[in-house]
Write a protein that binds this ligand. Structure first.
Ligand code: URP
Ligand code: ZN
Ligand code: ZN
Length: 452
């Protein structure tokens, strides 16, 4: 199918231009001013709209197994919410059982993800060090998985101790991959959690108190140092605090391959959300927890200075009834919140429209840089030869975010009541129209696994 998008303004990370886009065989065939319309071409008039590369969310958890069940979006519902918000590619995770082969877990996860309507790939998580795991990591890389996620928290389930973490860094570094890391000092956090609980403190407010800023910053510092020792590129996920930025800055300035991601919740929400009833505070139980206004501000600055490379969502929704598992014990509240649908509109409204970031930076953070760092070679830019993943962004519509109207499979929305402006009017993926006038098309097809 041939598609011609006329009269829009193309926003790439490095430039803005008014030009038409001609799409053929799933790819961007050419871009120039005033392309002639010919018969049989599907014509879209994008006058007054921005044309941006499809969003790439580097961090989502669909149907994530947790001690009390699974996160509430599956690959279909989560990818539907994502694409309606302008995100066309998702990076999820493979989390094996202890001693399970990474290859077998990857195979199972690929089957689960087949119902995704966005394109997708995975970061694979070593959760232990078993016989043959080095070969499995090498095999993953051969099969197109170049990033390996480690958790330095959650020590009782999927977290790694330092010895195993070092082995992962050494192996992945040697094989030319990248390690992505959830940085919180697990041991210290477990101690604090137990102490609070044993004193009878069960409310969600003890979640952030048992994970203070320095537990993240110290883990960031040590993870960066170890990655340097093994010459392994490291990508720190969901950076939430100003203190962590100091170590990221030092290592970047020293020329180390260190990359950082933050999420809208750490830019826009504060720890005051933990004051109130269980029902009103448990939705914000996520790790790391929400921080202070000065952290929000430092993170916004870090987006502009380049200290933070990407914005993901860490989309990991639960329902109120799932959160209720921790009504008598904050440690049992499933950690996480949804947001995959709102990343572009939140960053546009609260970043671009308030002049905190430029339109080009918005595109860089939400698409171009994730593509570059995660080796998605044909995505993240509107240039000739790239996949035709294009969002036609209408800057005008106003919206009030609510769990009543969102498409994420949960009755919670941590951005409830946020007023936004701008929306994904039309979303094209691989040259096909998936979203038209903000609604999902009736004939959407499944997405593809992307090798990286
Ligand atoms: O609380 C969170 N972030 N849950 C999802 C898993 C993770 O740590 O990223
Ligand atoms: Zn995490
Ligand atoms: Zn996560």
């Amino acid at each position: 199918m041939e598609l011609l998008i006329k009269n829009g303004t193309i926003i790439n990370a490095d430039r803005t231009e008014k030009a038409d886009i001609f799409i053929k065989n799933g790819k961007i065939a050419f871009i120039r001013a005033n392309i002639d319309v010919h018969e049989n071409v599907n014509l879209i008039n994008a006058e007054g709209k921005f044309l941006i590369p499809g969003g790439i969310d580097p961090h989502v958890h669909m149907h994530l197994p947790v001690p009390g069940g699974f996160s509430s979006d599956d690959f279909y519902t989560g990818s539907r919410a994502a694409i309606l918000g302008g995100t066309t590619t998702l990076l999820d995770f493979v989390t094996p059982h202890k001693s399970q082969s990474l290859i077998e877990a990857l195979h199972q996860r690929k089957l689960e993800a087949e119902e995704s309507i966005t394109d997708y790939s995975f970061h694979v998580s070593p959760v232990d060090w078993h016989q043959g795991i080095e070969e499995e990591i090498a095999q993953c890389i051969e099969d197109g998985i170049s990033s390996f996620k480690v958790y330095l928290a959650y020590l009782d389930t999927i977290g790694l101790n330092q010895e195993v973490f070092e082995k992962v860094l050494k192996t992945v570094g040697r094989l030319g991959g990248m390690v992505t890391a959830h940085c919180e000092t697990g041991k210290e956090i477990e101690k604090k959690r137990t102490e609070y609980f044993n004193k009878g403190f069960t409310h969600p407010a003890y979640h952030p108190l048992s994970r203070p800023s320095e537990t993240e910053a110290n883990a960031v510092k040590s993870a960066i140092a170890l990655a340097g020792k093994y010459n392994c590129p490291i990508y720190i996920v969901h950076v939430s605090t100003k203190e962590s930025l100091k170590y990221i800055e030092q290592s970047k300035n020293a020329g180390q391959a260190v990359f950082a991601e933050t999420c809208p919740q750490y830019l826009l929400l504060e720890d005051s959300m933990y004051q109130g009833s269980f029902e009103h505070t448990s939705p914000y139980v996520m790790s790391p927890p929400l921080r202070k206004k000065e952290d929000n501000e430092a993170l916004w600055e870090a987006l502009n200075s380049g200290l933070i490379d990407t914005v993901g969502t860490d989309h990991c929704p639960f329902t109120l009834s799932q959160k209720n598992q921790g009504i008598d014990d904050f440690r049992k509240i499933p950690n996480g919140a949804g947001g995959v649908e709102h990343r572009l509109e939140l960053l546009y409204t609260c970043g671009v429209l308030t002049n905190k970031i430029s339109l080009n930076k918005w595109v860089e953070l939400c698409s171009t840089k994730p593509a570059e760092l995660l080796r998605l070679k044909s995505k993240g830019k509107i240039t000739v030869g790239m996949d035709a993943d294009i969002v036609i962004w209408d800057p005008e519509p106003e919206n009030v975010i609510s769990s009543q109207t969102h498409h994420q499979n949960t009755d919670i929305n941590i951005y409830e009541g946020f007023k936004t402006r701008g929306k994904a009017d039309t979303v094209i993926k691989n040259a096909r129209i998936f979203v038209e006038k903000g609604e999902l098309a009736t004939d959407v097809s499944n997405g593809s696994f992307l090798t990286r």
